[in-house]
Design a binder for this molecule. Structure first.
Ligand code: THU
Length: 148
């Protein structure tokens, strides 16, 4: 791997922007069942940002997480290379958490992102934890397994 292959680290202003957008997106969550609001903001390598929120359904397994909403929006608009995502989640009338992405969302990250993809779990633009995809989903199953 050379330098060009390494993921870019967003500067502080961009991290704040992603965390703030993720928090704003919680207002759009459609969560009549769980009342757990999650927002996400996904940064592409060419600097675009795609947002998402969770969208539930009376048929519970149909519900979609905020992160997957953001990825599907981005990919459907032609984006396929990503640097970072900010996630902001918590119950409707409770405190925000360092809300970790679920397993299914980690797997969609595995489809489109390298191991150094950055995942910000934000309580606020100034209060977050950051992990890489390698940390949150080691030894992941990818398309390369199908070809081996
Ligand atoms: N949820 C997300 O949107 N992202 C996650 O990574 C964790 C869970 C949503 C799914 C469901 O609408 C609600 O939070 C409670 O599980």
């Amino acid at each position: 791997m050379d330098n060009n292959d390494r993921n870019m680290v967003p500067d502080n202003a961009m991290i704040e922007r992603l965390c703030s957008l993720a928090a704003d997106m919680r207002a759009r969550s459609y969560v009549p069942y769980s009342k757990f609001h999650v927002g996400a903001a996904l940064l592409t390598k060419d600097g675009r940002i795609f947002t998402g929120c969770n969208v539930e359904n009376a048929s519970f397994p149909m519900g979609t997480c905020a992160e997957r909403t953001a990825f599907v929006k981005a990919v459907s608009e032609g984006a396929r290379e990503f640097t970072a995502i900010a996630i902001c989640g918590g119950p409707e009338n409770g405190e925000l958490q360092y809300c970790p992405p679920c397993g299914m969302c980690r797997q969609i990250m595995a489809e489109f992102c390298t191991g150094d993809f950055l995942i910000y779990l934000a309580k606020s633009p100034a209060d977050y934890e950051v992990y890489t995809l390698d940390e949150l989903l080691p030894n992941r199953f990818t398309g390369s397994n199908l070809r081996a």
